[in-house]
Design a protein around this ligand. Structure first.
Ligand SMILES: Nc1ncnc2c1ncn2[C@@H]1O[C@H](COP(=O)(O)OP(=O)(O)OP(=O)(O)O)[C@@H](O)[C@H]1O
Length: 200
């Protein structure tokens, strides 16, 4: 599987954020998108996730599932956790499993993998920032999708959480997935650097 973008240009609010951007990542590979605040890292992930339309350029996923779009084969983990505060931890995960569909893994197992099984019945509103991030990560595990698009994935995670997530990213790459992650911090896994320019 190969995800590639060619000659991508992104315009937001009438202003060019980036242009002439090429990228590619294959199965088992991680790309770390780095650059200063405002360089366009989040914008690039949103373009790849199909949430923003590029002003120019093309995106292709080769050797994926021909019947599914790239968006249907990708998880987008934004820097804001998409949780419903009134629902419990388990209900939030169940919502995502139903919403995303496809091949799922046991929800209890996924919560245990992010050390949130003890909080399964707690309303998401009561979670700490790091626990919210762990629940978002459980979504990645719960529904099998080969492309992970991650925005500052380790923000709010403590040292144990970061080590846990590094292990999960390694497992995902070893099972043929690919990762594109915007980050200001080292990812903790082997990753090629995609440096974006621009000013804060
Ligand atoms: N909805 C929007 N409308 C107009 N401009 C926007 C919008 N969202 C982002 N931008 C602008 O696009 C540019 C790139 O923002 P983006 O969030 O992609 O940067 P980033 O590299 O992820 O930054 P950071 O490191 O601070 O997270 C910024 O100048 C930002 O102000």
């Amino acid at each position: 599987m190969r995800l590639s973008g060619r000659n991508l240009k992104c315009v937001r609010g009438g202003r060019e954020v980036f242009s002439d951007l090429d990228l590619s990542a294959t199965s088992g590979e991680a790309l770390a998108v780095t650059g200063p605040n405002g360089a366009g890292k989040t914008s690039l992930l949103r373009v790849l996730a199909g949430l923003l339309v590029p002003a120019e350029g093309s995106i292709a996923l080769e050797a994926g599932d021909a019947e599914l779009s790239l968006a249907e084969q990708a998880h987008y983990l934004g820097h804001r956790d998409a949780l419903k505060p009134a629902l419990s931890v388990m209900e939030n995960l169940s919502f995502w499993r139903e919403f995303l569909g496809g091949e799922t893994k046991d929800a209890g197992h996924c919560l245990a993998a992010v050390a949130l099984d003890h909080a399964a019945h707690l309303p998401a509103a009561y979670l700490s920032a790091g626990q919210r991030r762990r629940l978002s990560i459980a979504r990645l595990l719960s529904v099998r999708r080969p492309v992970w698009l991650l925005d500052e994935p380790t923000s709010a995670l403590d040292a144990a959480g970061q080590a846990m997530f590094i292990g999960l990213m390694r497992d995902h790459l070893a099972s043929g997935g690919l990762i594109i992650a915007a980050t200001h911090l080292p990812l903790g896994i082997d990753a090629r650097d995609l440096r974006m320019g621009g000013a804060a």
